[in-house]
Design a protein around this ligand. Structure first.
Ligand code: 6PG
Length: 466
């Protein structure tokens, strides 16, 4: 029966949640999973939604179940599986049928797929984890606008809403949607790392237990730091392990995993020459965290750092202020990278709309994003650090960030993301830097030439040239 408005392939955690969300919003959906039992089980457990869901056992049946022109969402693992799925599906489709990759694809792959596609194709970034996918994710669309327009009524309906506005936005052509999602994840990494570093000060410096730390995050979540990541950090710190009765955090191994999106962001930032040091530091910190044996050997060799910080040396308020400054700088770096990509790839990425799109549903949703949307709307070309509203915040908080990084460093507590945040801030407020030395060195060993303050041109040389 050709009754479904849309199809979905891949009923893993995210695919199943997204399919249920679509059905829950009143759209008939046909679903397919390579393993038929997964499809059957999904349908059997769909409850009242089952009537809106058509389970299919072959790709041919899936295609036959969807109204023309068809739209089919792929929720399969990023990389080769996406190409394989497209290759298997495309020959079964009509010329006007649309394939939508909603996984966490590398945006260069999405651009390639859009260019190679023999029929309509688009890539959308979906953020919000399983709960977001089920009840309202933030959606970042990329591809031809006419393709977006064909499915935007469904994507807007299933997306999160911020004060009634759908968090589903078309970002631009080709891989633009997945690019914006990658930067989202880069900010996610940096914000999470900064929170973890402040947790380190509380645990190792101030000797606080997990429950007390949980209370601090919960309190901060009522102020300028209000955000999903602050909220869940409080919940994680407050949780007790049902098996041992100990704080859950004390049972979790301190080696961070990663699927790779933060790394993609860091690599792409280097290609774009876009400075995102806090995001890069967060990726490095995850890599470093996984080297547990080397870290243990280092502790044996050098001895454990002193770490203990007297309570009158650092106050919790100061930590909060430091985190506020750090968080603003994470977003500032992310948005400035988006601007760099917009120029480089000719995408016209809508910075204020991106901030608006992230206000609900996604992992980096935060109370600050509404003000960021306003600030970027007033001047999309300006680094958020220079937007009056955030400059006021940073003027009040950067000293706390500096002090926290200094105190932590003096006590041997590693804070790579916060430290890179203050270094970025200082570099970005320094009219006269030190790269004249670099230019002198380059000219000395390679006659690369330099610009002079007192003359035009870029190809001057120093006296060492002779
Ligand atoms: C989201 C998240 C999600 C991401 C996971 C895991 O926006 O919903 O960014 O897409 O895949 O958070 O990412 P890592 O394994 O790289 O930490």
């Amino acid at each position: 029966m050709t009754t479904s408005e849309i199809g979905l392939i891949g009923l893993g955690t995210m695919g199943a949640a997204l399919a249920s969300n679509i059905a829950d919003n009143g759209f008939d959906i046909a679903v397919y999973n390579r393993t038929t039992s997964v499809t059957q089980e999904f349908h059997a457990q769909a409850g009242k939604l089952a009537a809106k869901i058509t389970p299919t056992e072959t790709l041919e049946d899936l295609v036959a179940a969807i109204k023309e022109p068809r739209a089919i969402i792929l929720m399969v693992p990023a990389g080769d599986p996406v190409d394989q799925q497209i290759d298997a599906l495309r020959p079964l489709l009509g010329d006007n049928d649309l394939i939508i990759d909603a996984g966490n694809a590398l945006f260069h792959d999405t651009t390639r797929r859009a260019r190679e596609a023999t029929g309509p194709f688009m890539g959308i970034g979906v953020s919000g984890g399983e709960e977001g996918a089920r009840f309202g994710p933030a959606i970042m669309g990329g591809g031809k606008k006419e393709y977006w327009d064909r499915v935007s009524h469904i994507l807007e309906a299933i997306s999160a809403k911020f004060e009634g506005t759908a968090c589903a936005t078309w970002m631009g052509e080709e891989g633009a949607g997945h690019f914006v999602k990658a930067v989202h994840n880069g900010i996610e990494y940096a914000d999470m790392q900064m929170i973890a570093e402040v947790y380190g000060i509380m645990r190792d410096g101030l000797g606080m237990d997990a429950a007390a730390i949980g209370d601090v995050f919960a309190k901060w979540n009522e102020g300028p730091l209000a955000s999903y990541l602050t909220e869940i950090s409080g919940a994680v710190a407050s949780a007790t392990d049902p098996e041992t009765g100990k704080p859950m955090l004390d049972i979790i191994v301190d080696a961070a995993g990663q699927k790779g999106t933060g790394r993609w962001t860091a690599i792409e930032a280097q290609h774009l020459a876009a400075p995102i040091p806090a995001i890069e530091a967060a990726v490095v910190a995850r890599n470093l965290s996984s080297r547990m044996d080397e870290r243990a050997a280092g502790e044996d060799l050098y001895g454990a750092a002193p770490k203990h910080i007297p309570h009158d040396v650092v106050a919790l308020d100061q930590l909060e202020q430091a985190l506020i400054a750090g968080k603003i700088l994470c977003y500032a770096q992310g948005f400035s990278m988006i601007e760099a990509a917009s120029d480089s790839y000719d995408w016209a990425l809508p910075l204020p709309k991106i901030a608006q799109n992230w206000r609900a549903g996604c992992i980096i949703r935060s109370a600050m994003l509404d003000d960021m949307a306003t600030a970027l709307g007033e001047n999309p070309d300006r680094n958020l650090m220079q937007a009056p509203f955030f400059a006021d915040h940073l003027k009040k908080t950067h000293d706390a960030l500096r002090q926290v990084v200094s105190i932590g460093t003096l006590h041997g507590i590693a804070m790579p993301a916060l430290a890179s945040g203050i270094a970025y801030f200082d570099a970005m407020r320094t009219g006269r830097g030190t790269a004249n030395m670099i230019q002198g060195q380059r000219d000395y060993f390679g006659r690369h030439g330099f610009a002079r303050f007192d003359a035009d041109g870029k190809d001057h040389h120093g006296p060492w040239a002779d």
